[in-house]
Write a protein that binds this ligand. Sequence first.
Ligand code: SF4
Ligand code: SF4
Length: 179
Amino acid sequence: MEPLTQRSRKVVNKKMTFMERIYLPAILHGMWITFSHFFKKKSTVSYPDVLRPIAPVYRGQHVLKRDEEGKERCTACGLCAVACPAEAITMVAAEAKPEEAHLYREEKYAATYEINMLRCIFCGLCEEACPKEAIFLTDRLVDAEYNRGSFIYGKDKLVEPTDERVDVSKRQVWTYQNQ
Ligand code: SF4
Ligand code: SF4
C-alpha cells in the first residue's frame, strides 16, 4: 500500500548496542536539554501578577454600558443575540415601572442578560450590531474558573458599575484611526 506521507520510517529490528542498552547517553542527553533551558529567557509569565502586553485592538470581557446619568443603555432589543455567530447571548426583556425610570434609559430593559464565555469567540459582532452603544468588548481578561457554570456571565458581571466606569474609548479610537 502507498504511504500517505513521506514521514513514515521502516522499523528495523537491529540489536541495541551496549551503550543503548544502559540508556545512559539518552538520559544524559535528555538532562542536557532540560538544563540548557534553565538559562534561556522564560517564555511564561506569572499571571495574574504579571500581565502580557496586549494589542490595542484586543477584545476581551464585555461590558454593558450605562449612560451619563448612570442608566442602563441596553433595551433588550436582541440584535446582539441575533448577530452572535456562537449563539452565546441570551436575554429576557421586561418593561420598566415608572419608579424604575432612573435605572433604565428606555421603557424596555434586559431583566436578565447572559453571555456564555465558553461559547464566545470574541468576534465583536455583538458590539457592531448594538444600536444603543450598550455593549462593548474591553481589554479585561475573562477569569479562569473551576466549573463551566461560572462562565455564564450575568448582569452582575456585565453591567458597568456606577462607581467604576469602564473606559472603552481606547480601542474604539485606535480602530477608527486605523480603518
Ligand atoms: S463577541 Fe462575538 S461570539 Fe462573543 S458574544 Fe459577541 S457576537 Fe457572540
Ligand atoms: S446590548 Fe444592544 S443590541 Fe444587545 S439587546 Fe442590548 S441594546 Fe440590543
